[in-house]
Every structure is written in structure tokens, then in C-alpha cells.
Design a protein around this ligand. Structure first.
Ligand code: MF3
Ligand code: CO
Length: 287
């Protein structure tokens, strides 16, 4: 690319004023054998503005769930709240119809790890812990975040699991910085879980996000053997570790092909953020 050409990222700036220095730095890491991001993983300022706008709505949908969730409510009611609130805010729920997913949100209760399908049959009971995983398309941009909710009085053990799962994500975010590595984040997350006696699901991870719902790369959290992808400003992805009270092993419900459960029947907790690598650290675009 010529230094006076318009930058490939679509910023409208000359290449030399935009991604030239970053590209040179990436090339030096690649030369040393590092795993470096491809261009599609690096969002322009305008794309990040779009993902942020999407993420604000995603968080507002979760705020609405937080205000209304209560014992006796079905997970189908949560689905209706998410669908209606998302559309009222001008967005579209990304899960609906995604690879055949039948609802607008994932609701995963107790030993359900993720991808629970909302149902009129599933009533939230006092003592349940539930993950509500919301993903929004707004203005063509995708955001993805989830939170745990405590239903009524929850026993201290399950409450601690929920708190630690949140701390895992917080620590993961704090490990994100430009010219660091994805393994810094993974290590921070897995250490937090292990220090607390918990395990992290190995098979399911986070992902690049923004222009599509699920973009490369796949993002794991278990103690990494390699340094993983180089973190570069403009890289947007999710941190969404599933933290199990017991063993990390899981299975998929063969009846619906979606819902993941813990093998040992013990509870699992998950929080999810959409995060961007910035020039001097990170920005959470949705939580
Ligand atoms: N929101 C989930 C994630 O964090 C993806 C769910 S796929 C769906 O990546 F189809 F189940 F919605
Ligand atoms: Co996600």
C-alpha cells in the first residue's frame, strides 16, 4: 500500500496517517513468528463507534431484564422482554434464527452452561442462578454481552460462583493492552478461576465480533501453552468464560442440539463483555 493512498480500514485518512505505523509494527512481530491479527479483525474508528452504539443498546436490554426478572417468571418471559426492548431501541436480536436458534436470547439456569433456549415450561425459582446472554444488531453492527442474575435468596456457594465468574472477566479485561497477547487475558481469567477452586469450560470460547456475530479468532481462557494472538488497537472480541463449580466437562442436550450442561450437574456461571483494544489499553463496548 502506498503511504499516500487512502487507508485500507476505510477511515478516509491517508495510509501514512492511519494504519501504516501499526502495520509496520505487526509485520515485525509476524517476522518473529508471532500469531498476528488479519485486517478483518482490526476495526476502524467508525466501526468501533458503531459497535459501541450497538453495545449501549445491548446493555440497556440487560438493564431492563435486571429490573424485571423475579421468581415465578418463565424464561420465555425473559425472551419477550429482550425481543421487545431490543426492537424498541431500534435493534434486532442477533440470536433469533442464528444457525436455526429459535429464540431472541439465551437463558441458562444453574447447571446449564450456555445456549439455554427460553421456554414457557421453565419457571425461575427462588435460589436459581441464571445467565441471560443478549446480542444486538444495530446499524449493521453486532454487540454481545451477558450477565448473571440471582433469583431471590441464593445460597452462599452459588453466589460466590457468580461473583468469581464476574471477577474472572474483570481480571481478563484488565490484562488487555495493545502489543500484549491474548494469552495474557486467558491466563488472568484461568488463574482467577483456579485460585477460587473452580474450573473453566475448555470447548467453548469467545470470538471476534462487530461486523458479524461470530468472527475469527476463537478465544479460549484455559491456561495457554502459547502466547496466542498479538493484541492490536482496533481488535474487538468477547471475553465470556464459563466457570464451573465442579469439573470442566460438559455435554450438549441431544434433544434440542443447543443447550450445554455440566457433566457433574453442579452449577456454572458466565459473564460476557464485548471489548476493544485501544491505543493505550481497552474499552468495554458492551456489558
Ligand atoms: N451469545 C452467544 C455468544 O456469546 C452466542 C449464542 S448463539 C445463539 O457467543 F444462536 F445461541 F444465540
Ligand atoms: Co459471545
Amino acid at each position: 500500500m502506498n503511504r499516500n493512498d487512502l487507508c485500507w480500514c476505510g477511515s478516509g485518512l491517508k495510509y501514512k496517517k492511519c494504519h501504516a505505523a501499526i502495520d509496520e509494527r505487526i509485520a515485525r512481530y509476524a517476522h518473529e513468528g508471532c500469531d498476528v491479527p488479519i485486517r478483518e479483525m482490526l476495526k476502524s474508528r467508525a466501526q468501533i463507534d458503531g459497535i459501541r452504539e450497538s453495545g449501549k443498546r445491548n446493555a440497556a436490554v440487560l438493564d431492563e431484564v435486571a429490573a424485571r426478572i423475579r421468581p415465578g417468571m418463565t424464561t420465555a418471559e425473559i425472551d419477550r422482554i429482550v425481543d421487545e426492548t431490543t426492537r424498541k431501541l431500534g435493534g434486532v436480536p442477533a440470536p433469533l434464527g442464528y444457525q436455526g436458534f429459535p429464540k431472541s436470547v439465551c437463558t441458562s439456569v444453574n447447571d446449564q452452561v450456555c445456549h439455554g433456549i427460553p421456554s414457557e415450561e421453565d419457571v425461575l425459582e427462588e435460589g436459581d442462578i441464571v445467565n441471560v446472554d443478549v446480542s444486538t444488531i444495530f446499524g449493521g453492527f453486532y454487540s454481545d454481552s451477558s450477565r448473571m442474575f440471582l433469583i431471590g435468596q441464593v445460597d452462599p456457594e452459588a453466589r460466590r460462583l457468580v461473583e468469581v465468574a464476574r471477577e474472572c472477566v474483570q481480571r481478563g479485561c484488565e490484562a488487555v493492552k495493545p502489543w500484549g497477547f491474548l494469552s495474557d487475558m486467558a491466563r488472568a481469567v484461568s488463574r482467577c478461576a483456579e485460585e477460587n477452586g473452580y474450573s473453566i469450560v475448555r470447548e467453548i470460547g469467545g470470538h471476534g465480533v462487530g461486523v458479524e456475530f461470530h468472527e475469527d479468532p476463537w478465544v479460549g481462557y484455559t491456561e495457554p501453552a502459547e502466547q496466542g494472538l498479538l493484541l492490536v488497537p482496533g481488535f474487538v472480541f468477547t471475553i465470556e468464560p464459563m466457570v464451573n463449580m465442579g469439573d470442566p466437562d460438559i455435554f450438549c442436550d441431544s434433544d434440542n442440539g443447543w443447550t450445554i450442561y455440566t457433566d457433574d450437574g453442579l452449577p456454572s456461571a458466565q459473564w460476557e463483555v464485548t471489548i476493544a483494544v485501544t491505543d493505550n489499553g481497552y474499552e468495554i463496548l458492551a456489558w
